[in-house]
Design a protein around this ligand. Structure first.
Ligand code: GLC
Length: 538
């Protein structure tokens, strides 16, 4: 395992949904014991760290992001011993593991909330945020727009309104109460004591509420996050904290904190993601250049985290209303594909299952600044099921082989149906089939991750755009002392001429792949670049 202190700056992550991976008990739900059987698969991709979606006891109104007991594993997933066995097995393969930590809210089934609602004088009452009128903080936006009409919900038992930024089954914790800080710190200790490598900390912009603000990114929130980091650094040095804050780059910067008062080592860079899709659809690099121009420099030991898809809808919160509409028009032709301010589809269907576009998008994603995270199933181009509720259509069982239930489970029924359609069905789209095909998504992913991992400049290198004289041709360099990679892309489906100087000698790291081989030809003074071509010149 890489125990170098800043390992996360050059790492690649894999997002794992335990329920979807492997059912070892025959109940139709994946579990930790099952997932252990596939650590070889994860390792074979060439990733360094696994992020597991919430594994805690929960009524699953928000698929585990509604926690009813922070100290227990959801019984569908196994026991604390099973969790520990998974952790140890991952570590034995040199893979680190982080889990979700949901700090902003609990489930309404959590004993704290049950005690709070039943007794005004209970010490737990003040763990949550209450109101007699439900009119406060009216400048805070509603996030789950398709289901929630207000951030306040009246609770008959309590006789008051409670505050919630997500589903009304997820009451927000009250961070003005220092007791809540202590509770959360004890939760952190419980899991880090078991050897966990860190947390992806969920929904952190919303911890505090203040009248007259939008209740996001408040100074009080940053003060708490600094306190949390201090605790982790003191008691568990070297563990990593990742911020999930769906915000503009300038509002993300403070989540890294300062040298004296750090907050997170890593912050998700949400705004870059939709712009990558915009660029490959429009054949125009401008949105990518614009968002990097707006992205501040980050502290020396900090890192961005980037992704193409995850377990949520493809969020369009960080684009203008015009771009959002353009993205919906281009990527969500069926109204069922829309959800809140986003698109509930998986990567391969978004790209019309076009491998050249998939390859191009990944070569961008894996060479731009940031620690990339790959969402389970996208390594084989899994499909989505837009007819399932909420975001579940992108959380269906992993497709291992063409046997019953794709090898995921031998149960009569699985937690959600596995894909059986002609294009994305498990019968043909599965790991076993793709293992044997050197041009499969799976083997291309392995090829790309290996190529990326062989170039330290991709992890930590200085990033600079290079002019090409064409909006469709993007070029940039990543460099560290003694290593420079020039990345060159044609974002369009037509050959393009570009003007740029290539070094005298170079190796194209992408030229060795069997599926996408792009010729680069001189054309007079210019270079002719093939449609959707990608080159990484070392
Ligand atoms: C984060 C999670 C999302 C969840 C929400 C509320 O945005 O990614 O899945 O619903 O937080 O916890």
């Amino acid at each position: 395992m890489n125990n170098e202190p800043f390992w996360y700056k050059t790492a690649v992550f894999y997002e794992l949904y335990i329920r979807a991976y492997q059912d070892s008990t025959g109940d139709g739900h994946g579990d930790f014991r099952g997932a252990i059987q596939h650590l070889d698969h994860i390792q074979s991709l060439g990733v360094d760290c696994i992020w597991i979606m919430p594994h805690y006891a929960s009524p699953l109104k928000d698929d585990g992001y509604d926690i009813a007991d922070y100290y227990q594993v959801h019984p569908d997933y196994g026991t604390l011993e099973d969790f520990k066995a998974f952790l140890d097995a991952a570590h034995a393969r040199g893979l680190k593991v982080v889990t979700d930590l949901v700090t902003n809210h609990t489930s309404d089934q959590h004993p704290w909330f049950q005690a709070a609602r039943q007794d005004k004088n209970s010490p737990y009452r003040d763990y949550y945020v209450w109101s007699d009128t439900g009119t406060e903080y009216s400048d805070a936006r509603i996030i789950f727009l398709d289901t929630e009409a207000s951030n306040w919900t009246y609770d008959d038992v309590a006789g008051q309104y409670f505050w919630h930024r997500f589903y009304s089954s997820q009451p927000d914790l009250n961070y003005d109460n220092p007791q809540v800080h202590e509770e959360m710190f004890n939760v952190i200790r419980h899991w880090l004591d078991m050897g966990l490598d860190g947390f992806r900390v969920d929904a952190i912009p919303y911890l505090y509420e203040r009248e007259g603000t939008n209740c996001e990114n408040l100074p009080e929130t940053h003060a708490f996050l600094q306190k949390m980091r201090r605790m982790v650094d003191t008691e568990y040095p070297g563990r990593v904290l990742i911020a999930e804050a769906n915000q503009w780059p300038e509002d993300l910067l403070p989540y890294f904190g300062t040298e004296e008062n750090p907050e997170f080592q890593i912050c998700f860079h949400f705004p870059i993601m939709p712009r990558l899709y915009q660029a490959v659809k429009s054949g125009d690099k401008t949105p990518i250049e614009e968002i990097w121009a707006r992205t501040p420099d980050i502290p020396k030991n900090a890192q961005w985290m980037t992704f193409l898809r995850n377990h949520d809808e493809l969020t369009l919160e960080m684009v203008t209303p015009e771009v959002r509409q353009w993205m919906w028009d281009n990527y969500a032709p069926d109204p069922r594909m829309k959800l809140n301010l986003g698109i509930r589809r998986r990567l391969a269907p978004l790209l019309d299952d076009n491998k050249a576009k998939w390859f191009l998008l990944h070569t961008l994603f894996l060479s731009l600044p940031g620690t990339p995270i790959v969402y389970y199933g996208d390594e084989i181009g899994m499909g989505d099921n837009i007819w399932l509720p909420d975001r579940h259509g992108c959380r269906t069982p992993m497709q291992w082989n063409s046997e019953k239930n794709g090898g995921f489970s031998n149960a009569a029924e699985t937690y959600f149906p596995i894909h059986t359609d002609p294009v994305y069905g498990y019968q043909t789209r599965n790991v076993a089939v793709q293992e044997k095909d050197s041009t499969s998504y799976l083997n291309l992913m392995r090829f790309l991750l290996k190529a990326r991992q062989s170039v330290p400049a991709f992890g930590d290198g200085v990033f600079e755009f290079v002019g090409t004289g064409s909006r469709s041709v993007m070029a940039y360099t990543r460099s560290i002392p003694n290593q420079t990679v020039l990345c060159l892309f044609n974002l369009s489906d037509q050959p393009q001429n570009a003007h740029l100087n290539l070094p005298d000698t170079f190796t194209d790291l992408l030229a060795a792949n069997p599926a996408m081989q792009y010729q680069l030809a001189p054309d007079g003074q210019a270079l002719k670049i093939a449609p959707f071509a990608a080159h990484w010149f070392l």
